[in-house]
Write a protein that binds this ligand. Structure first.
Ligand code: COA
Length: 385
């Protein structure tokens, strides 16, 4: 990895605000009430939906605006099912990737390939049919790469599966057990949308230029990949493995903080109270994960919160969604490098719902920058510089 050093001529820039507090769009899809620690999807508190509504019901809610009736859900599920299979040419592109490529890179590549290969289908103004067609293929792209990298052939999706079942079936090639697909289904519900987060903003900016849906989603995947956004849960797992046992928790965390490192799975731009998804995932992890692993996670969480509170007083740093995502997704049988891609499977619905909302009420998103450089330099010929 290369580290960039500032040239001596570099102008010192003011501390960036990162658009904190700036309202970048109006949306009726979801909202994070940061002070209260609440998340709402189209009027429903996340506690109303988690463990009660399926991921498909929530996708219907976000895309179409209401929870489906039985008949609507059946029709909606058939539409998703009909769109799951990947064009063979997309699988051929995935075959070209090295086995050690990051799954998020494979997803970004597979999506981009889907857009190019099926360009007639996806090059129009984004609409609901396209949103369904792309989101339905996220699991297949990831699963195909997952199998190819270990020398196995992709498995075609099977009729009668919901998204969580289909994802696990395409990954592992066998009928998923309820103890795996049910917590995964709830996880997918929890992560489906989250206000104006970085990847959603990325998708909306791209959509605002009248670009296509796949370009918007490909950009969003790139934004989600970073550890300050969706890339944290595998790092949470790395942290817990590095800590190893209860006696090492305090020493490990203290060293990390002394070295100026961030503790993965803590802190949030908007939440100044506990992330409600973390609370639900903690309960799920307690039931689903290995008891020793849960005990270590809980001990690490408690100690980290205490130390962050002592070292960063007034910052109000709490556990975020990523901390217990790690335990839940590991219990579902996924390896660490598939955690962020699984987040993307869920968020594909939120991203595309935002793109549709942007397209319906569009104006190019084009902010300003504050210019802090000089404006009066004179050109000198190369020989005299
Ligand atoms: N560990 C240690 N310190 C943290 C921290 C963490 N996880 N999160 C924030 N802080 C500290 C920062 O060092 C900063 O302290 P300082 O002002 O004394 O320098 C202060 O809290 C505010 O941080 P800032 O980076 O301005 O907050 P932000 O709103 O820009 O960042 C996150 C939000 C999520 C990027 C940040 O909390 C973070 O990096 N968390 C760890 C990564 C993570 O869990 N990502 C998943 C997010 S869902």
């Amino acid at each position: 990895m290369s580290t960039a050093t500032a040239s001596p001529n570099e102008i010192t820039l003011p501390k960036p605000e990162g658009l904190e507090g700036v309202v970048a769009a109006s949306t009726a899809l979801s909202h994070v009430f940061g002070e209260e620690g609440r998340l709402v999807y189209r009027g429903y508190d996340i506690h109303e939906l988690a463990g009660k509504a399926s991921f498909e019901e929530v996708a219907h809610l976000l895309w179409i605006g209401h929870l489906p009736t039985k008949a609507e859900l059946a029709a909606f599920q058939s539409k998703l099912e009909a769109n799951r299979e990947l064009p063979p040419a997309v699988i051929d592109v995935l075959r070209l990737l090295p086995d050690d490529a990051a799954p998020m890179d494979a997803l970004r590549t597979g999506l981009s390939a889907l857009g190019a290969i099926d360009s007639e289908h996806f090059d129009e103004t984004p609409d609901l049919d396209e949103a369904i067609a792309v989101a339905a293929r996220f699991p297949g792209i990831l699963a195909a790469f997952f199998r190819l990298r270990s020398g196995e052939q992709p498995v075609k999706p099977k009729a009668g599966h919901n998204t969580a079942q289909s994802y696990l079936y395409q990954l592992f090639g066998k009928e998923p057990e309820a103890r795996h697909w049910k917590p995964l289904d709830t996880y997918l519900v929890l992560l489906a949308d989250h206000g104006m987060n970085a990847s959603t903003f990325t998708a909306r900016v791209i959509a605002s230029t009248q670009s296509d849906l796949i370009s918007a989603l490909t950009g969003a995947v790139g934004a989600l990949k970073g550890p300050l956004h969706g890339g944290a849960p595998s790092k949470v797992l790395d942290m817990l493995h590095a800590i190893g046992d209860a006696d090492n928790v305090e020493k490990w965390l203290s060293n990390a903080l002394d070295n100026g490192e961030r503790l993965m799975g803590f802190g949030h731009r908007v939440y100044k109270a506990e992330d409600p998804r973390a609370e639900i995932l903690r309960e799920m992890a307690e039931t689903a994960s290995d008891p020793a692993f849960f005990k270590l996670s809980k001990l690490t969480e408690d100690k980290a919160l205490q130390m962050l509170n002592e070292r960063k007083p007034g910052r109000r740093l709490y556990t975020n969604v990523e901390f217990y995502s790690a335990a839940v997704l590991a219990a579902v049988g996924l390896p660490g490098d598939m955690f962020t891609p699984t987040f993307a499977v869920s968020r594909s619905v939120g991203w595309s719902a935002h793109v549709l909302e942007q397209v319906r009420n569009n104006r190019l998103i084009r902010p300003q920058s504050q210019f802090v450089g000089p404006t009066d330099k004179k050109f000198s010929a190369i020989e005299s510089r």
